[in-house]
Design a protein around this ligand. Structure first.
Ligand code: TMP
Length: 206
């Protein structure tokens, strides 16, 4: 029996992770896995309400960090833990690593504080595998511009904010090479999917 897994997708805005996520879930389903696809912030009724506010309304960095964790608490309780308990794979678009990268390195919230909240909420429930879609800030910006939609709060951060977020993700990945897989998000869709197939074969051998 293959053990079900909690898999997260991470990367700076414009890294391209979301376009591969539903395909990845379909590939797992095709191999016989039951899969729950979800996202943060969001994934529950309250979480989706807070997501809208987080991406739109002006608020302090502290409120951002606390709301991310409030949303995560609902999400763990209503979606992530129950799904894993019934034997589903959980594929989540962002999780606590995003709080370290965006609120921590991006906005200066202390790592100790994020560690404390993360330990309090989910020391028993950590991702088994995290796919980090990595691209340069310039490539990500170009992609977001070409999509032509209006940027949300985080996408419109100025200066070297996004570079700090990217550096934080790369540092997290370097500190835990067992959990992280870095995907070069600048490669072609076909190349990326080839890598993802290799990973699926490793995680879910037939
Ligand atoms: P998305 O565009 O990938 O759906 O993510 C929404 C935004 O929320 C993205 O800009 C990153 C941000 N975010 C944080 O700042 N902290 C977090 O903990 C999470 C989960 C997301």
């Amino acid at each position: 029996m293959v053990k079900t897994k909690f898999i997260t997708f991470e990367g700076i805005d414009g890294a391209g992770k979301s376009s591969h996520l539903s395909w990845f879930a379909e590939m797992l389903r095709a191999r016989g896995a039951r899969v729950t696809v979800t996202r943060e912030p969001g994934g529950t009724h309250l979480g989706e309400i807070w997501r809208e506010q987080l991406l739109r309304d002006k608020m302090t960095t502290e409120s951002q960090a606390l709301l991310m964790f409030a949303s995560r608490s609902e999400h763990l309780d209503q979606v992530i833990r129950p799904s894993l308990a019934r034997g589903d794979w959980v594929i989540c678009d962002r999780f606590t690593d995003a709080t370290y990268a965006y609120q921590g390195s991006g906005h200066g919230v202390s790592t100790d504080l994020i560690d404390t909240l993360a330990t309090w909420l989910h020391s028993d429930c950590m991702p088994d595998v995290t796919l980090l879609f990595d691209v340069s800030v310039e490539t990500a910006r170009r992609r977001l511009l070409s999509e032509g939609r209006s940027p949300d709060r985080f996408e419109s951060e100025q200066g070297d904010f996004m570079q700090r977020v990217r550096d934080a993700y790369l540092a997290l990945a370097a500190s835990d090479p067992q959990r992280y897989r870095i995907i070069d998000g600048a490669r072609t869709k076909e190349d990326i999917r080839e890598k993802l197939v290799d990973l699926i074969e490793e995680l879910f051998p037939l």
